[in-house]
Design a binder for this molecule. Structure first.
Ligand code: ADP
Ligand code: MG
Length: 708
């Protein structure tokens, strides 16, 4: 159907088998369509000319027009260079070439008029331009005004073999004339009109060969819109299908368990945000449709409690509930929390992880299938086929971004009527990304912390201030507070892979611990150490001691990122803070500020910081807003990296940027929603093109299709 766009790139004039292979390997360009999707990353404005007099250091590139004189070579061998002077009405500037002299010298004419383009640099207090593009004015006029010159990205290897920006431009130039009538339209006439009336074909043409800025803008806008639109359409379509085809269990009543817990065991008042979210969840669960809801809330905002209350509703209606966590530590934490809250309730809460021993596992699985287990907490181990519920009615998934969509689907398959799903994330996701990644979910936000939390005073200190930091710690300990000192021992994975944890870092931690003990010696002070490589029993013991207030200072790795809740701990010292990602720093800081005391987070770094490190630290110092932090994180790391978009099944974005184009994204979503509201199955003739594109896009997403 789209034969033309799928034509192998070798069919293009100027591309033989060798270059074809190079394009495929280096740039992922295998077809005509791929080449067209290799958009310029910027455009150089060639529409205006500068005067020599206007040149200053700030100008990136200048285009000059003038007369050439004094063409000559200077120097020998390596130092050999070709120089010439370009003179316009305002003055003159030197041009210099170190390469291509043999080819260039014969064609440059003394006294001829030339167009020159390049970057002026200051050399011995005078400006010159090294390796400018140069073309005789006459020829330049004949060739037509490529006023906005596309610049393409390439790789070093491809560039060395002639596929540099200009090489790609030439390929585009060879392809564009063949485009007429070959590019299927993708949007409805209405949308095309809204976006300025440019067809897909024209937009592609303008992107690679813009006639002027305004047409380029329209083209780019249309192409970006289209990328975002089809992602949104796909996500919303999934939601439509799900709601049409998938019936949900109706949890019609809030019963004894919920009410008893709420009235008798809940140790505090819910925040308004928590109340609102519980209400939203209750509404979903009673609607007859399957709930798919994302719960976003900052660290410490009380998501776990919301999950618990929701689970009680499921239990009240005779169903089982499960909570899925990405790591053993988190699963353990949830388990402990739930058991703590529910200790006076007649409920069986059980834990299942990879390290649950076989005999225990066997009994657990039997009890689960009989329906004797009410709430099952666990890790990926829950997804295994042999884990069978009697009637699973509700699944909570914590930290969704570490689970793929496919895993969500596997939990769904564990019951005949798919269970309601609540996805919780403690790493706030920027709205734009949430919309892209989780567009098929409804979103609830807990935007309020439990009362009494004071802001955490965050400062940045370098080693030079270490004594002052120690002194401050001493004062806090004198006041009876406890302190965390965290080292960036990375990869605290449950995998027993020694290579994942370089030795020298464990040594850093040990050294840190020893110097801490020297500074805070027993018996006056108690300093402990905790890390992921320890015997779990020892670790638990140390954690428990800290929790009980028997230790003043706990030196640790990020094992404490999740899993401990010690209200009396009021200082978080993060060593080598520049080595942590923003999300992790935010999580770590969230470990303090849980009690009534004013809390502190001290970010220790070396004297010198890289740009990204500096940004991360200053962001932490500036704000405590998890959403703001995640925006910066997204900007620094890119969306693919931050959430593993690669695995999430979200099509790649070629042009659009989730942050910069947030507004366009919202617009695309509104139009996608409107389209589906009017024509949920995309059956109307005017939507045929759109339906075709969507079908194509969803074809290779078997896992997604399952959900829908
Ligand atoms: P999250 O999972 O969102 O990071 P948690 O559910 O772990 O947050 O809650 C953080 C702490 O706040 C816990 O100790 C929890 O018991 C407590 N908490 C939760 N909700 C409230 C509330 N409404 N009032 C007071 N404390 C609360
Ligand atoms: Mg939590």
């Amino acid at each position: 159907m789209h034969g033309f766009l799928e034509t192998p790139i070798e069919y293009l004039k100027g591309v033989g088998p060798q270059r074809g292979e190079l394009l495929r390997k280096e740039l992922n360009i295998g077809t005509f369509g791929d080449l067209l999707l290799h958009y310029p990353f910027r455009y150089v404005d060639r529409s205006r000319f500068h005067l020599v007099r206007e040149i200053n250091e700030e100008l990136p590139n200048v285009q000059l027009r003038g007369t050439l004189s004094g063409i000559k070579t200077l120097g020998e061998k390596q130092a050999k260079r070709l120089v010439a002077k370009l003179t316009d009405a305002s003055g003159s500037i030197e041009l210099v070439w170190f390469k291509g002299i043999r080819w260039l010298q014969p064609v440059l004419k003394e006294g001829g008029e030339y167009i020159v383009f390049g970057k002026p640099t200051l050399f011995r207090e005078k400006f010159n331009i090294a390796h400018p593009e140069i073309e005789a004015a006459e020829q330049w006029q004949q060739a037509g005004q490529a006023q906005l010159q596309p610049v393409y990205s390439t790789t070093e290897k491809a560039g060395a073999k002639g596929v540099n920006s200009r090489g790609i431009w030439k390929l585009q130039q060879a392809l564009l004339p063949q485009l007429a009538g070959q590019v299927p339209e993708t949007l409805t006439d209405e949308l095309i009109a809204v976006l300025g009336g440019m067809s897909k074909e024209e937009a592609l043409r303008q992107a690679h060969q813009p006639l002027d800025q305004s047409r380029l803008d329209s083209a780019i806008r249309r192409l970006k819109f289209e990328e975002l639109f089809f992602i949104q359409l796909q996500l919303l379509m999934q939601k439509v299908l799900m709601q049409r085809d998938v019936r949900g269990n109706v949890f019609g009543q809030v019963g004894d368990l919920f009410n008893t817990f709420y009235k008798q065991h809940l140790p505090f008042q819910l925040t308004n945000a928590q109340k609102r979210v519980v209400k939203e969840i209750r509404h979903d669960m009673g609607s007859g449709k399957q709930m798919n809801r994302l719960l976003q809330g900052d660290v410490g905002s009380g998501k776990t409690l919301v999950a618990l209350l929701s689970m009680l509703i499921a239990l009240d209606n005779g169903f089982q509930a499960a909570i899925l966590a990405p790591t053993e530590i988190l699963a353990q934490q949830h388990f402990n929390t739930l058991v703590g809250f529910l200790r006076d309730m007649p409920l069986q809460v059980r834990l299942l992880t990879g390290s649950t021993k076989a005999p225990e596992r066997k009994g657990l699985l039997t009890a689960l299938e009989r329906g004797d287990v009410h709430i099952l907490v666990g890790t990926h181990a829950l997804l295994e086929d042999r884990v069978r519920f009697k009637n699973l009615g509700f699944t909570v998934i914590d930290e969704q971004h570490r689970f793929g969509v496919a895993q969500r689907a596997r939990m769904q398959a564990k019951a005949t009527v798919p269970p309601h799903v609540l996805v919780m994330t403690a790493t706030p996701i920027p709205r734009t990304l949430a919309m892209t990644l989780y567009g098929d979910l409804d979103v609830s936000v807990i935007d309020e912390l439990p009362p009494g939390r004071k802001p955490i005073k965050t400062v940045h200190r370098t080693d030079a201030a270490r004594n002052a930091v120690f002194h401050f710690m001493e004062q806090e300990v004198e006041k009876g507070r406890q302190i965390y000192v965290v080292y960036p021992l990375i990869e605290e994975s449950t995998k027993k892979d020694p290579a994942a944890e370089p030795q020298f870092q464990l040594k850093d931690l040990m050294d840190g611990f020893e110097s801490m003990v020297r500074r805070f010696p027993p018996p006056k002070y108690a300093v402990s150490i905790v890390h992921g490589r320890m015997d779990p029993e020892v670790k638990d013991y140390e954690m428990a001691r800290f929790k009980k207030g028997e230790t003043d200072i706990m030196v640790s790795t990020t094992v404490i990122e999740v899993g401990v809740d010690v209200p009396n701990a009021s200082v978080m010292v993060i060593e080598n803070a520049e080595r942590f990602g923003l999300a992790q720093l935010h999580q770590l800081r969230g470990r303090v500020g849980r009690g009534a005391e004013l809390s502190y987070c001290i970010l220790m770094t070396g004297e010198r910081l890289g740009n990204d490190g500096r940004t991360r630290i200053s962001t932490m110092v500036r704000t405590q807003d998890g959403f703001e932090i995640s925006e910066v994180d997204l900007r620094l790391r890119g969306p693919g990296d931050i959430m593993g978009t690669q695995q999430s099944g979200i099509p790649q974005l070629h042009l659009a940027d989730l942050i910069a184009d947030a507004e366009l994204l919202q617009q695309a979503r509104r139009y996608a929603q409107r389209l589906l509201d009017a024509d949920p199955a995309l059956r109307e003739p005017e939507n045929a093109r759109t339906a075709g594109v969507l079908r194509e896009q969803m074809k290779d997403k078997a896992a997604w299709g399952r959900i829908g």
